[in-house]
Write a protein that binds this ligand. Sequence first.
Ligand SMILES: Nc1ncnc2c1ncn2[C@@H]1O[C@H](COP(=O)(O)OP(=O)(O)OP(=O)(O)O)[C@@H](O)[C@H]1O
Length: 249
Amino acid sequence: MSALLSIRNLKAGYGGAIALSDISIDVAEGEVVCLLGSNGAGKTTTMSVLTGLIPAMAGTAVFAGKDLLAMSTHERVEAGLALSPEGRKVFPNLTVEENLVLGSYNTRARERRAARLEEVYSLFPRLVERRSQKAGLMSGGEQQMLAIGRALMAGPKLLLLDEPSLGLAPKIVQLVFAAIREVAKSKTTILLVEQNTRAALSVADRGYVISHGTIVYAAPTSELRESQLVREAFIGSDTKTRQGERGDA
Ligand SMILES: Nc1ncnc2c1ncn2[C@@H]1O[C@H](COP(=O)(O)OP(=O)(O)OP(=O)(O)O)[C@@H](O)[C@H]1O
């Protein structure tokens, strides 16, 4: 498989503070790759560098054969990158369908808008029933599905999913991840950032563990599941965090 995204020795930060010191990640076409790590490890910062929200201080990122870091955010979207952001960030006063359509304002997606809408609705049947409803009135899980659907409307070559489980009750996390598995079956390449290790491993082919801005471990999902490091550092703490969390429906 050829690498769709290839990140090498990426370094980035905020002002003088270094958040990423050495990140190297490959994502092959058709793969689902997860990036695991605890609070503040650098997962969202990695996403922000990929989308162009913050600049890289060093390193390279090649996406679909092109230098990603040299592109504007707009060019990255045109090249086939789409983000479902942490915290969902849907437009609360727009309807579900208006939110979805907003995801298709790029040259590649515009012509296939109607077909894509149907694809997204068939992946997320809950959105069909709510198509005319204001997004802000939906539950957390539905808003998460909408955020993923909106990113899919762009017809991405690579879908970036930032913490899709965040703030959701365990049952709803299961629903959202079942939907992500459906997206993966449609051969969409996915880079998933997730604190809920169990959920991430239920969908990923491979994963990387990030700690203090550095990749400390990379392995196929089956190996990550068995790994003592992952079990002790993340899977146990998953359960503890989730038990104490309120979690939206
Ligand atoms: N806007 C910001 N300004 C300054 N420092 C930041 C900012 N955002 C993140 N950081 C710092 O960068 C480091 C990496 O944070 P990042 O948000 O990437 O972690 P994360 O792995 O996504 O964790 P979380 O799951 O809590 O979002 C942390 O030390 C964090 O405090």
